[in-house]
Structure formats: structure tokens, C-alpha cells
Design a protein around this ligand. Structure first.
Ligand code: ZN
Length: 132
């Protein structure tokens, strides 16, 4: 079984904390031990794990990413969102998180983020639990 999630992002670029949504899938599936795979089915969005305690951390990441990959830089892609495509590839489109004793094995400060790179849009991501 694959869990489908839909979310509406509110800005062109933002980090959306989806940790609770993934944890809810774990509970619904009664998964005890194994792996949790989270996958995003978009070319201008990404997934990452990082600190979700201080909101300044994702803000700093977005501003540094915008410096590294500017929105406008004489790109060839006519849609005007090449920065989002590049950042999606750099950040990555899937995560694998260990599951132990019914819980995601995340560090104290780690949270799972859906990274919007060309919003606001209606988005989706998938969660698959592999037991064993
Ligand atoms: Zn494009």
C-alpha cells in the first residue's frame, strides 16, 4: 500500500514540515520495524530532513539556495523555473527513513520537509512502508 498526500503550498519557495503526516501513515499501517520511503512526484519540488525546531533554519537554507541557484540566470528553459528544476535535483526527490519500534528513527531536531521550489501549487507526495 502507498499513502498519497496532497498539500497546497502558499509561496514560491518554502519548507513545509510533513513529519506528522508521515508519522500518521506509520500508525495507520501499524508498521513496527523496517523502512519508510517518502517520494515526491514533481520536478520542481523536493524532500529533505533537517532541523524543524527553529524556523530560521529553513529560512536560511532558502536564502542561501537562492544565492547558489538564482531565479534568473540566462537559463534556456522557456518556462522560467529552471532554478526550481536545478534545486529539485540538488536537494533530491526521495527519502529513506528507518522505522524502529513503530517510530521513525529521527534525531531530536530532525523533521521531514516537503520543499516547494516553484509554488504556490497543489502538490503531492507518496509514502511507502517496507517492513522487515
Ligand atoms: Zn519547468
Amino acid at each position: 500500500m502507498i499513502f498519497d498526500h496532497h498539500l497546497k503550498t502558499g509561496r514560491r519557495q518554502e519548507f513545509v514540515d510533513i513529519t506528522a503526516l508521515v508519522e500518521a501513515d506509520l500508525k495507520a499501517a501499524s508498521a513496527n520495524e523496517g523502512l519508510c520511503v517518502v517520494f515526491v512526484t514533481h520536478t520542481t519540488a523536493a524532500l529533505t530532513i533537517n532541523e524543524n525546531a527553529d524556523p530560521a533554519v529553513p529560512q536560511d537554507m532558502l536564502s542561501k539556495l537562492a544565492q547558489l541557484v538564482p531565479e534568473n540566470d540566462n537559463y534556456r528553459h522557456l518556462e522560467g523555473n529552471s532554478d526550481a528544476h536545478i534545486l529539485s535535483t540538488l536537494i533530491g526527490c526521495s527519502l529513506t527513513i528507518p522505522v524502529q519500534q513503530g517510530k521513525l528513527v529521527l534525531g531530536t531536531w530532525q523533521g521531514i520537509f516537503f520543499v516547494e521550489l516553484d509554488g504556490p501549487r497543489q502538490r503531492c507526495f507518496k509514502v511507502k512502508l517496507l517492513s522487515g
